[in-house]
Design a protein around this ligand. Structure first.
Ligand SMILES: [Mn+2]
Length: 357
């Protein structure tokens, strides 16, 4: 595995490449052109400039998170074929710049959903949190308003104000899309992009829906082992792979995370490793990474990744806000740095104990 950190670019991120470089063991970043819109072609020049900037700081681009998918592709309507052609062009440009990993998601309307961005924990730190009760009490158009005040002036991925202004319209566009239709539209998209992925060896890594169940009546398909294995089979190409995100699949306590990892051997291209602490099955917060701080056995998760021979990038996922840091919620420096070194420690211990057997 390679330890990485997500970085939104110097115009958007409160964390600098120089700071990331000083986290022990971190050699790469997972980044994006954050100011591009879904459906837009990423130019080679802009990709090259991003790469040069990262490399000048002594790091490299380990992958892109995300190249977002236009809603027309997910809905299977409108200008879908034009947007797929643009997506293929973007993949080609990434391939020409020697970038071989792309994370994306196929969630309708909302990306990840949290109901609090700064739940105060007993130690005074703050974390993102979710309760189903809070979602049930909201109409979707109010979702953005309810959390916008806690964004610390940042723009959060999937929650761009321009997009949220169109929420009502988007809901109407998805009204005939159920799980089966969404699967079919995902298959159509993947079949169209696999040739360019094969040509440039670009690993596509779908991120799970978060939380891993339907919110506001919208279809959600990347939520459990059965569905993700269905997706792997429906386009059976190693470039059609997975971002294994423990904190997203883990929102549903029925998901056996180590078992899922083992069942996806060869298809996990990227891993987000993080812990959650549950107060009830539908009330949880994003905990510090160590097992002792949350509900997951992080050793078992990392061990499963080790056992399947995982060689891709890992990143610590959302961190808490600690030590007074003001950053994009979930994406401060300090707690993610602690998470990175903790995961590295688990990995080293597993590797050495396995070597001595
Ligand atoms: Mn994730």
């Amino acid at each position: 595995m390679e330890m990485t950190l997500r970085w939104y670019g110097s115009k958007f991120d409160t964390v600098t490449l120089q700071q990331i470089r000083q986290i022990p063991g971190v050699t790469g970043v997972i980044t994006t052109l954050y100011d591009t819109q879904p459906g837009e072609v990423w130019s080679r020049e802009r990709i090259r400039a991003l790469k040069d900037e990262v490399e000048a700081a002594g790091l490299h681009i380990a992958g892109i998170e995300s190249v977002n998918i236009h809603d027309d592709i997910k809905i299977g309507a409108g200008r879908r074929d034009e947007y797929i052609a643009n997506y293929i062009q973007t993949l080609e440009n990434l391939g020409l710049e020697d970038i071989h990993l792309v994370c994306y998601n196929f969630m309708p309307v909302f990306d990840w959903t949290r109901t609090e961005l700064a739940r105060v924990l007993p130690d005074g730190s703050t974390a993102l949190a979710y309760t189903q009760e809070a979602v049930d009490a909201l109409v979707p158009e109010k979702m953005f308003e309810s959390i916008a005040g806690d964004m610390n002036g940042t723009v959060m991925p999937g929650w761009e104000p321009e997009r949220m202004a169109r929420v009502k319209e988007l809901f109407a566009a998805y009204k005939d899309v159920d799980d089966e239709k969404l699967f079919a539209n995902l298959k159509y998209f993947l079949e169209a992009i696999m040739p360019v992925c094969n040509k440039y060896d670009i690993k596509m890594a779908i991120h799970p829906d978060d939380p891993a169940w339907s919110v506001f009546g919208l279809p959600r398909i990347i939520i459990n082992e059965e569905n993700i294995l269905r997706m792997m089979k429906m386009v059976d190409d190693p470039h059609n792979g997975v971002t294994f995100c423990s904190g997203s699949y883990g929102t549903n306590l029925k998901n056996d995370l180590p078992h899922m990892i083992r069942s996806l051997k060869g298809r996990i291209h990227f891993a987000h490793v993080r812990n959650l602490k549950f107060h009830s099955p539908t009330n949880f917060e994003e905990a510090p990474h160590p097992s002792a701080c949350g509900s997951f056995d992080m050793y078992e998760i990392v061990k499963a990744l080790y056992d399947i021979g995982f060689t891709g990038p890992i990143r610590p996922d959302h961190g808490r806000s600690i030590w007074g840091e003001v950053a994009m919620p979930g994406y401060g420096l300090y707690d993610r740095a602690l998470g990175a070194t903790y995961i590295e420690g688990l990995w080293e211990a597993i590797e050495k104990s396995e070597a001595r057997k």
